[in-house]
Design a protein around this ligand. Structure first.
Ligand code: COA
Length: 282
């Protein structure tokens, strides 16, 4: 089996103390990387670093603040010698009717997701360009960046901005050997996300039933994709936004509703009847 090798790489994961950030940090460390995780809550990132072992290093950082990001990334370079890749994973999201959103609520999400991603990307890009090093920015977006999404307006707007940032920098910084990609995860339940995005068990049942795979993504599946993208196996892969969602985002396609008919034989019989009824007609 092909094993992704990240030996010798130093990878930064924002929001790496919990959820999908933690899962990615775990995979990167298992593939041989040194991983610098950051978060606002010191106790949480330290506990995660402790749990994941000596290759994972915890740093306090609030990605909304430029000074905090600069200090964090400078410390990583001092402690670990360099930075090879940054993963912009830190995010915030909650369900709300948009007509009730306060300006502060909108800003709370946009500042973490869009401004935070800009801060980390801006620092890392300038560092790689100045030191003539190759680099990689991996952004975590969502499957609703192209469509927008009801009830999560700040997140939809901010993640669409991150997608635009991804594509803009991929082209602009390609001559410097800096790759910029995004992963768009679909439903990957984590404590942080589901506690804010799934009102109760009934909604969860409703949600799960409409997944074409009838299952959620597993954190290690996201970790594997991220590890591959950051590895030396993908040097020509840049400017890509890669969904990992078990095809969930495609449910809106015109005839996909037919997949909701549970009994495939009933469906086939209906198609056969249609074929019979229209046989010979022009
Ligand atoms: N619905 C509506 N408004 C909300 C809200 C919710 N569920 N949660 C917070 N807000 C509003 C607050 O009311 C406040 O606005 P106000 O002062 O006008 O009332 C504003 O957002 C800021 O809230 P605060 O709790 O001070 O912000 P914060 O920066 O500490 O938290 C969040 C940011 C809101 C995004 C918080 O959910 C968070 O930290 N999330 C990180 C983890 C996460 O979301 N993980 C899932 C990622 S998919």
């Amino acid at each position: 089996m092909l094993q992704v090798d990240l030996t010798g790489k130093v990878i930064v994961v924002t929001g790496g103390g919990t959820g999908l950030g933690k899962a990615m940090a775990k995979t990167f460390a298992a593939c041989g990387a040194q991983v610098a995780i950051c978060g606002r809550r010191q106790a949480i990132i330290e506990a995660t670093a402790q749990e994941l072992g000596p290759a994972v290093h915890a740093y306090p950082c609030d990605v909304r603040e430029w000074e905090s990001v600069s200090a964090f990334l400078e410390r990583v370079v001092n402690d670990l010698g360099k930075i090879d890749a940054v993963v912009n994973n830190a995010a915030g999201n909650f369900l709300a009717a948009s007509e009730t959103l306060s300006p502060r609520a909108f800003r709370a999400v946009v500042d973490i997701v869009l401004t935070g991603t800009f801060h980390v990307s801006r620092w890392a890009g300038a560092y790689w360009i100045e030191h003539r090093r190759p680099g990689h920015i991996l952004n975590i977006v969502t499957t609703y960046t192209d469509t927008g999404c009801a009830f999560v307006l700040p997140s939809a707007a901010a993640k669409a901005g991150v997608q635009a940032l991804t594509l803009s920098l991929a082209y602009e910084w390609a001559p410097y050997h800096i790759r910029v990609n995004a992963i768009a995860p679909g439903p990957f339940p984590t404590e942080g996300a589901w506690s804010r995005l799934m009102p109760n068990a009934n909604f969860e049942e409703m949600y799960k039933n409409r997944l074409p795979t009838k299952r959620y993504g597993r954190p290690e599946e996201l970790g594997a994709l991220a590890a591959f993208l950051l590895s030396d196996l993908a040097p020509y892969l840049t400017g890509a936004v890669i969904p990992i969602d078990g095809a969930e985002r495609l449910q809106g396609a015109m005839f996909n509703y037919l997949a909701q008919v549970a009994d495939r034989e009933t469906l086939k019989a209906a198609f056969a009847a249609l074929k019979e009824a229209t046989r010979g007609s022009t």
